[in-house]
Design a binder for this molecule. Structure first.
Ligand code: PMP
Length: 410
């Protein structure tokens, strides 16, 4: 794959042509959210111009047309992550809602006092707090597998924590703070052998590599449309059909029922059971357009481009005197976290912004991981398919400028 030519796709993304602070924008905050190609913006706009109606309830043509587009979007997602069945795809607001759905539906039905939930020390808050709430509600116990100084999961400790009481394992595919890639297929196999159900938080993975939920053999896989070049407010929960079918509803309302009477209601089959109320129809269609865009380029090409760029960025930023890279896992994707001696990450981010370089600074919603590493936060550059060496060169030049301003150039 290293033979493939670098991608040059910025012209597909109108916002990237917009100068920021009088500079060419080097958008390196893709871990927070990605920019949208014309294909996505146009698909969403076209839906409202030509096809807008509510779904699953209309006798009229437009409603049936909108329903078809929404159902087609589900199939597009199914094929993208190689799910066996379209009904294994539940549309949600995003990763956070997907995880809360599992916690409140599967978790409240299945967990008893003393049961254990195993997560890792590198999880995003959205793969920690829903489990804490569930533990408070059920008496289950949250266990945390540690990470080493490089930001890699300690696999021996993970194995040692897995036991007969472990009912659920919830792990990120790729760390949003450090970019570490977890060996999720192996972790799923171990967890399933121990009799646990596995949820994978794929928020930082789906945009950067091909994901095959059947090959991973996970029970749940959660991700957000907006980190995948799609709209905000739309996300996905993949659930293994047998597990999803066993789960009670979470939110109640229209669209998730078969019959309603005051003494008893009956519920729709999956996935409708978990999609109460009018969904984000335009968002689902926009997400499908994003997936079509990516599929046309090819996830293998995207991964090769980003991996080469991450290597370039790691070498270039790592070579700057006074810079310490945070997170040096052997297997990494798309994220470069670092600290600059004598400059607080927030100050660094502010100065970089004046140079047109957009990064994120802080704890990245992974406060326990920062505590483990003994730092309050990092500066984080996160890559997308439209980034090029010019963006990394702008980042390096802006770091030098910040060091000059603070008088800390090594
Ligand atoms: N998990 C990870 C690893 C993430 O990076 C994020 C977003 N930063 C989330 C979960 C939450 O995603 P969202 O805010 O889109 O629900």
């Amino acid at each position: 794959d290293a033979e493939l030519p670098a991608l040059d796709l910025a012209s597909d993304f109108p916002i990237l042509a917009r100068p920021v602070n009088g500079r060419r924008l080097a958008y390196l905050d893709n871990g927070a959210t990605t920019q949208k190609p014309d294909a996505v913006i146009d698909a969403e706009s076209r839906f409202y111009r030509e096809s807008n109606a509510n779904i699953h309830r209309g006798v009229h043509w437009l409603s049936q047309h909108a329903t078809e587009l929404y159902d087609d979007a589900r199939v597009t997602v199914q094929q993208f992550i190689n799910a066996a069945h379209a009904e294994e795809i539940v549309f949600t607001r995003g990763t956070t809602e997907s995880i809360n759905l599992v916690a409140q539906s599967w978790g409240r039905a299945e967990l008893r006092a003393g049961d254990e939930i195993l997560i890792t020390a590198m999880e995003h808050h959205s793969n920690i707090v829903p489990w804490q709430l569930l533990c408070q509600q059920t008496g289950a116990i949250l266990k945390v597998a540690p990470v080493n100084d490089a930001g890699e999961l300690d696999l021996e400790a993970f194995d040692a924590l897995l036991n007969d009481n472990t009912q659920l394992v919830a792990i990120s595919h790729v760390s949003n703070a450090l970019g570490s890639i977890n060996p999720v297929a192996a972790l799923c196999a171990r967890a399933r052998a121990a009799g646990a159900v596995v949820l994978v938080d794929g928020a930082q993975a789906v945009a950067h590599q091909a994901v095959d939920v059947q090959a991973l053999d996970c029970d749940f896989y959660a991700f957000s449309g907006h980190k995948l070049y799609g709209p905000t407010g739309i996300g996905v929960l993949y659930g293994r059909r047998s597990v999803l079918k066993s789960m009670p509803p979470w939110q109640g309302g229209g669209d998730m029922i078969v019959t309603v009477a005051f003494d008893r209601s009956t519920y729709a089959d999956v996935p409708q059971r978990f999609e109460a109320g009018t969904p984000n129809i335009a968002g689902a269609i926009g997400l499908a357009a994003a997936i079509d865009y990516l599929s046309e380029i090819g996830m293998a090409r995207i991964a090769a481009h980003e991996n080469a760029l991450l290597d370039y960025a790691t070498a270039a930023v790592g070579a700057i005197g006074g810079v310490k890279l945070i997170g040096t896992a052997q297997h990494k994707a798309s994220i470069l976290s670092f600290l600059v001696d004598g400059i607080h990450p927030h100050d660094l981010g502010t100065i970089l912004d004046t140079e047109g370089v957009a990064i994120r600074a802080g704890h990245h919603c992974a406060m326990p991981l920062m505590t483990r590493l003994g730092i309050p936060g990092t500066a984080r550059a996160s890559l997308a398919l439209y980034n090029t060496r010019a963006d990394i060169d702008a980042l390096v030049a802006a770091i030098h400028k910040a060091q000059d301003i603070f008088g800390v150039r090594a």
